[in-house]
Every structure is written in C-alpha cells, then in structure tokens.
Design a protein around this ligand. Sequence first.
Ligand code: FMN
Length: 541
Amino acid sequence: MNIVNLNSNSAGSDSYRSFTAATKFNCSLESIQQIKQAFFVINKEGRVEVQSTTAVNGSVSETAIQGMLLPCPLESLGEESFCQDHGLDYAYVGGSMAKGISSVAMVKAFGRAGMLGFFGSAGLSLEQVEDAIDQLKADGDQFPFGVNLIHSPNEPELEKALIDLYIRKQVHLVEASAFMALSLPIVKYRTHGIHRDAAGQIVTPNKVIAKISREEVAARFMAPPTDKFLQQLVASGDLTAEQAELAKQIPMAQDITVEADSGGHTDNRPALSLFPTINAQKETCQQQYDYQQKLRVGLGGGIATPESAVAALSMGAAYLVTGTVNQACVESGTCDTVRQMLAETRQADITMAPSGDMFEMGVKVQVVKRGTMFSIRAGKLYELYRACDSVEDIPADERDKLEKTFFKAPLATIWEQTRSYFATRDPRQVEKAEADPKYKLALVFRWYLGQSPVWANQGDVSRKIDYQIWCGPAMGAFNEWVQGTCLDALPQRQVVAVAYNILFGAAVLMRANQIKQQGGIIDSPALVKPLEIEQIKELLS
Ligand SMILES: Cc1cc2nc3c(=O)[nH]c(=O)nc-3n(C[C@H](O)[C@H](O)[C@H](O)COP(=O)(O)O)c2cc1C
C-alpha cells in the first residue's frame, strides 16, 4: 500500500504538504479509541473517510486506500522482551518509594494487574523489609514484584544484610538505586546461582534493574561485574571459579532505568536530553560485550500523563517508570493529609531540599514546597552544618530557635535518641560521632531530616509544617490532566486505574498521531481525558 509517495516530485516536504492538503479528513474519537481495531483511510471519489478494515473488505480498490490506522494494544507499548523476562503484561513499572510508601498493597496491585511494582525498602529496618517480603510471597509468588536496594554508603552493613535477606528469601528482582560505583553485595546478588541450562544458555536467577541518571554509573551497570568483586566472591566461597567465568559474560543489569527529573533523589536532568544519551550508550555497550540477552533502557521521571508516556516510548523507552503519581494513590504508605496536599500540588509547588541520607555531601531531594516549611528548615540546618563544627558551636539564639521550633526538644535529648537508635542499628556511627563533633552535629540534624518523612507518612498533625514529602513535577502535570475527571477525587486514585489511563491515553495519542500524519483531523478536546477502568476495558474488548 502506498501511503505517501515521497518520490512523486523532487521537493519531499512540498509533496507531503500537497498530499495532506488533498486528503484532509475528519476522524472520529471513537475510531481512535478502539485501539485494537485497524482502520483504512479511504478516498471515495475525492471524499476521504476512515472505515474499519472489515467494512471495506473486498469492496474498495487498492488505490483508494490512502492510509491506515494501525492497532495499538496496551501490551505493544514498550519492549516485548521486558514483559516476557519479568512475567508482565504491560511494560509499566511502579518505582520504589522509601519507607514503604510503595507499600505491599501497592506492589500487589501492580503485580496482579500484570505490571511491576517495587517495594520501598529504603529507610526501613531489616525486620520490616523481611515482613514485607513475607507478605508479598504469602500467595506463593503469584505475581511479579521486586524490592529496592538503595546504595547506603553510610551503612554498608545494612546493604550487605539486605542482599543476604533477598538471597535467602529468594527475591529475584531488585531495583538498584543511588549507586555511584558497584558494591560487593550487589555483585553477589546478581551472580548468585548463575549457571548454564541444558541448551548451554547462561541463566541468571537474580535480575537487577539499575536506576541511574549519570552516564558513568550507567556504564558500570551495563558492563559485566568487575574482576575484583568476582575474585572476592570466589575467595569467600559465594561463587565457583566456573560461575565467575560465566559472570563475565552478563551485564550487571540488563535493564537500566534512566531517571530524569523526579520526586525524591534526583539530578533534575531533563528526560528529553538524558534518555537519548543513555540509549545510545546501551547500543555501544551491547556491541562491545555482545550479550546473549540484549540490554534495555526504560525511562522514569516526569511520567504522569499520556503525552509524557508517548514521548518516552517514542524515544525508544523499553518500559515506563512512575513514582510521584503513585504516592498520591490510595495504596501508598502515606497518610490522607499528604495525599490531599499532593492532589493540590501544581508545577511550581515543588523545590529541592537537603536530603537526610547524604546530608553532609550536600545532596538534595525534590519535595513539596506548598503547605510545609520543611524545605526552608532543612536548608537552614544545612547552612548551620556548614558554618559550625559542633553542636556546642551553634550560636545560642539559633540553638534556642532550633530547640523550640524544629526539634521541639533540647539538642542533648535529640542526641540521646539518635545514639540509642544507632546503638542497635549501627554502633559504629555512635563511635564515629563521639570521636568527631562535626559528625555528631550531622547526626543530630539528620534526626530532623529522618523524622520529617515519618511524620508525613503517619499523618502527625502536630508536625504538618515539617512534612517532608518527596515529589516531582509529574504531580502538577497529573493534577492538571485529571482535573474534573474520574481520577480527580482522592479515593478514585488507584495505581492500576492511573496506570491504565496513562497507557490507554498513550495508545490513543499514538493513533491520533498516525491519523495526523496522514492528513486527518481529530477534533475532540477530550481525546485523552481519564476514563473509568470499566470504560477502558470495554474499549479494549
Ligand atoms: C515519595 C517518593 C519516594 C521515593 N523513594 C525512592 C527510593 O527509596 N528508592 C528509589 O530507588 N527511588 C525512589 N523514588 C523514585 C521513584 O522510584 C521513581 O524512580 C521516580 O519517582 C520516578 O519519577 P517521578 O517521580 O517523576 O514519577 C521515590 C520517589 C518518590 C516520589
């Protein structure tokens, strides 16, 4: 079928313009929304219209067919192999959200809908993470899921203990994040149980999806595990020499999530420029290492609407990752007050503030600004940390203000609480702080940064002004999109309903783009407004 004959005259774009000018036609919203149906664009003696392929069957000459609207099932969005490898129906991932904000309920909801959810293990105790894994496995691994492994440079023992837990509990998928370089525990996890199957193919029971926002970190995860760590694992008996040889033929992570400007920890990189760079890096690495299974790159950061999903998929994203929009959903491990605050968040209502886990390094997280003083107070703490060498060094008036407003307790009491917390969790922190007054100051200030998300999650009304709510620009985009629709009301915001609407809207927009390129006009402003899940299912049937 000849849709556009670009060779019909020498000026290609002129020929396209005259083609579309001659074939302008209207297309109904209904035909676009029936995303599984193919339609022909038929020229009936100069009048162009869209007809279902079954309607035109045999009754139209081939030359009258001027174009075609291709089906776009939701399962076709993203890379098929991503879904196959992870047992999914849709290439849609709910990223990890710390302190159980991506809760067991959320991960189950995603998994049962054929999507992938990651449990937010960061900031939780080992016991809490184990309990969550037990709950996720209680139904006998009936749905796909993964758990976060956040790199903890301050707490290497915790990272090691988490990996041992994941191996012991047979968690076969982790989302690795905040890494700057590989660590022994993540290499141990990835290579654990590596073997060849009867057909001679390398099998890796444990999979890693690495979330990155920098090229050098992507390079580390796209490469095989380093020799240094493999040798250490052979020496400790965790790998055989034969397994270490096999490990040299696999990437550390077959899937790399490019994380653009997002909620929580973020480098604020724009998706439109970061993704193509990492995607090109993937091609180079695939050529260099010639892996048995090809590397894939997904995209997260800012995905909250059909438009953003189409942009990601059109750039070649193998899968979509969301975070911020899921926190505003009923399944998230936060409280209703925070959900309401998120529902009111617009594009300009977010800001960067010092992070709790990498406070001393000046690392920042993206948070809600409207309705909370957290970003200002955390900024003040960082300023004082830079200026003072110890708790005692804080000017008296400043210290008084901190104790009355930020901490609501003497700093000596806060240190006592901090010391007893670390005494069981990681006693070396206490030793270090007692030997280094500046480090003690950091730990005292980190108490506020560590408590503020807990107050938010638990809905502590006395601390509303201090809520630390991680949130990206996706929230404003989402709120604008769903205004006045079935997803506007908080109880209707369920992760699967949101996901279906983003995917479905993306499929509709992709079809609309096909029509547009062929000279068609779709005149419904409600093209991709959210629908009830039942309506979507009906349109998909
Ligand atoms: C509330 C919140 C907490 C997050 N916590 C984590 C975390 O603990 N580990 C992690 O890898 N990513 C974390 N993220 C990032 C998400 O997994 C996801 O990559 C990101 O939110 C996607 O971008 P978006 O916020 O624009 O949707 C968090 C994001 C939010 C909004």
